[in-house]
Ligand binder design. Structure first.
Ligand code: PLP
Length: 390
């Protein structure tokens, strides 16, 4: 029996730069102590107050089907958050609640791409992007974002790839680079979307993790609200990765159609999770800052270590829970560097190549272990780079 091409195509095929990741997993499985700096998962757990709200809701009987587009209170809470942060008037009719950001990425592209449409994404990219685009029947086309531009996509980078494209997927603050798009970059994105008549899918799941600069949503720019779908999530902002809760914010007619899609796919998000999310959003910035604080601290630790040497370069570390390091001076690819570092020092980092060709010769370090272990690992990494430098 044949399995569909669509599902087999999700992973692409060929070498994808994830060998080091799986090798680290095998070492851990075999009992080796490995410092894991690969995954975007907090080292703290969901705040007890959020869990209490979840328990209150579930034990109060809220365990049945929830309304498919999201509860009114959750949709209102998301709308209020977006209105307050961006100044763009947003109501519950602009909001679909989704089981996390990943499902929002999938649903957004489903909403705007037909079979065979070209969908753009920026390279370096979050690992699931090309598969997500293929999964909805679109043809992914990468927009290379160059290290010499700090991985920020310029208008001409985008325009060079835009002919015939239906959508452009952008992500700021960015995973894997840790870069926050400048106003000029976001204006270039908006201009390209308007001039080439593309939808903008704006992945903003790290919008509360900004260390330097300001998060600017493309939806706030002229003529963009009607062509932008914002993808949000509480995974990163509230350390709720396991709760699977996120959203899409966009024009009302798109949200109405997404409601229909959700009816045929997820059938909504559990009501007790939504109640917990409403509670968490109601706590405002204080809770989000508490969740972001360890990364802010470790970023400062990392910056200090890297400032004392000139072998390993640091891509401007402006947001998100990662640091992108340039290891090209060692003469190794990111993949070889990560592999040798794992063998020699049992420290696991992600090769840049696993996020696309533009990040070759880089490694991504997740700031997700406690401060002293993070500091020691980064010092070891720098020492290792010095040792192997030709
Ligand atoms: C850029 C980006 N978008 C989306 C997601 C998906 O997040 P979730 O599905 O947990 O909300 C992630 C997760 O790491 C991410 O890094």
């Amino acid at each position: 029996m044949e399995i569909s091409n669509r599902i087999q195509g999700l992973t692409g095929g060929g070498s994808d730069g994830w060998d080091v990741f799986y090798k680290a997993r095998r070492m851990i499985g075999a009992g080796v102590s490995v410092t894991e700096l690969t995954q975007g998962e907090h080292d703290i757990r969901t705040d007890q107050s959020i869990l209490d709200a979840m328990y209150r809701s579930a034990s109060g009987g809220n365990t049945g089907y929830a309304t498919v587009p999201g509860t009114n209170s959750m949709r209102d809470a998301v709308a209020a958050r977006l209105t307050a942060r961006t100044g763009v008037h947003t109501t519950r009719d602009n909001v679909l609640v989704t089981p996390g950001g990943q499902s929002a990425l999938f649903a957004s592209h489903h909403a705007v791409c037909d079979e065979g449409d070209v969908a753009l994404y920026c390279d370096p990219y979050y690992a699931t992007y090309p598969g997500t685009l293929r999964g909805v029947g679109a043809i992914p086309r990468a927009v290379p974002c160059l290290p010499e531009n700090a991985f920020q996509p310029t208008f001409s980078d985008i325009a060079a790839k835009s002919a015939g494209a239906k959508s452009l997927l952008v992500n700021t603050p960015n995973n894997p680079t840790g870069v926050v798009y400048s106003r000029e970059t976001v204006e270039g994105i908006a201009r390209a979307c308007r001039e080439y008549d593309m939808w903008c899918i704006s992945d903003e799941v790290y919008d509360t993790q900004v260390w330097d600069g300001t998060h600017i949503s493309p939806r706030t720019l002229d003529g963009m609200a009607e062509r932008t779908l914002v993808v949000g999530s509480m995974s990163k902002s509230h350390a709720m990765t396991g709760s699977r809760i996120g959203w899409i914010v966009g024009p009302e007619d798109v949200v109405e159609n997404l409601f229909n899609l959700a009816t045929h796919t997820t059938y909504g998000v559990p009501g007790y999770i939504q109640d917990a999310a409403v509670f968490a959003l109601g706590e405002g910035l204080a809770l989000e800052e508490k969740v972001a604080e360890p990364f802010r601290r470790r970023r400062a630790i990392g910056q200090n270590i890297l400032a004392e040497q000139n072998v390993v370069g640091l891509v401007p570390s402006e947001g998100a829970m990662y640091m992108m390091l340039d290891v090209r001076s060692t003469g190794l690819s990111g993949e070889d560097f990560a592999d040798k570092l794992l063998d020699a020092h049992h420290i696991a980092v992600m090769p840049g190549e696993s996020f696309g060709a533009s990040a070759a010769g880089h490694v991504r370090v997740a700031m997700t272990v406690e401060d002293s272990a993070f500091e020691a690992s980064l010092k070891t990494l720098v020492g290792f780079a010095k040792e192997i430098q030709p």
